[in-house]
Design a protein around this ligand. Structure first.
Ligand SMILES: [Zn+2]
Length: 263
């Protein structure tokens, strides 16, 4: 149908566009498998209980396939099944993420951000020329933009696991809350832009900046930042460490019925 024809955001060809997910469908499937999903959009007063996940006509069928085969199948498995993430034997506050394919995981997480950047739904998110760099890297499956210039020089990705140390919210309840992509204001213009979301109990933070000093100390120790060599330590943080998450979960707790685990 003509109204479904448009320019694909990834290959730029005029084709029939699919209703594309921005946050991969598998997270919604998991969150909904035990009841209703709690979908939280910062800035809105209340968390939404929903059975539908946001979609937008963004990509043609072959680009949908490219994303799912190249990145999503792998990336989602890693975070949902936690096949590569295990408890640290020496420290209860750390998870060990090892033997992962850095390029795939990086581009998988980058592709979620990119979809939001080029969608209408997140009109407050735009990185200008950077959108195009991201598109090319995702399309080609490469992180190198040109000699000496890599995507991960500008885009720094951090992952931490969120736990409620007070025990009010169980791990399973935590995994069923999806915090939509949000923008965090940085203090100085030179600090770059920060986006974050929470999926399956993991807080994913994107820092877009040529200068990377956020958590640099921790990153040096291999904590928090997605590392090129396949091993990183994921810190388990308490909910209360993040003001935004406290607000979000206050809302989620008020919707406690929906968070109830199945009997
Ligand atoms: Zn396409």
């Amino acid at each position: 149908m003509a109204e479904n024809i448009g320019v694909c955001k990834l290959c730029f060809e005029s084709k029939e566009l699919r209703k594309s997910h921005i946050i991969p469908r598998s997270y919604f499937k998991h969150a909904k498998s035990n009841g209703q999903l709690v979908w939280v959009n910062e800035g809105e007063e209340l968390a939404k209980l929903t059975n539908s996940d946001p979609k937008e006509r963004l990509l043609c069928q072959s680009c949908e396939q490219l994303l799912s085969q190249k990145y999503e199948n792998y990336g989602t498995r890693i975070f949902l099944d936690r096949s590569k993430i295990s408890r640290c034997k020496h420290d209860d506050n750390l998870l060990v993420f090892k033997d992962y394919d850095y390029l795939k995981v990086f581009l998988y997480l980058a592709s979620i951000l990119w979809r939001a950047l080029v969608s209408n739904r997140y009109s407050n998110m735009d990185l200008g020329q950077f959108n195009e760099m991201l598109r090319q890297c995702i399309l080609k499956g490469k992180i190198c933009i040109k000699a000496c210039l890599r995507l991960d020089h500008f885009l720094h990705i951090y992952v931490c696991k969120i736990r409620d140390k007070s025990g009010q919210i169980t791990g399973e309840q935590m995994r069923r809350v999806i915090l939509d992509l949000n923008v965090e204001e940085t203090r100085h213009p030179g600090d770059g832009i920060i986006y974050y979301m929470m999926l399956h109990g993991f807080l994913i933070v994107y820092h877009c900046s040529a200068v990377n000093d956020i958590q640099e100390k921790n990153a040096k120790k291999g904590i928090g930042k997605l590392k090129k060599k396949g091993k990183m330590l994921i810190e388990i943080k308490d909910l209360t460490d993040f003001d935004v998450l406290v607000r979000v979960f206050n809302v989620a707790v008020s919707k406690r019925e929906s968070l109830k685990e199945p009997k």
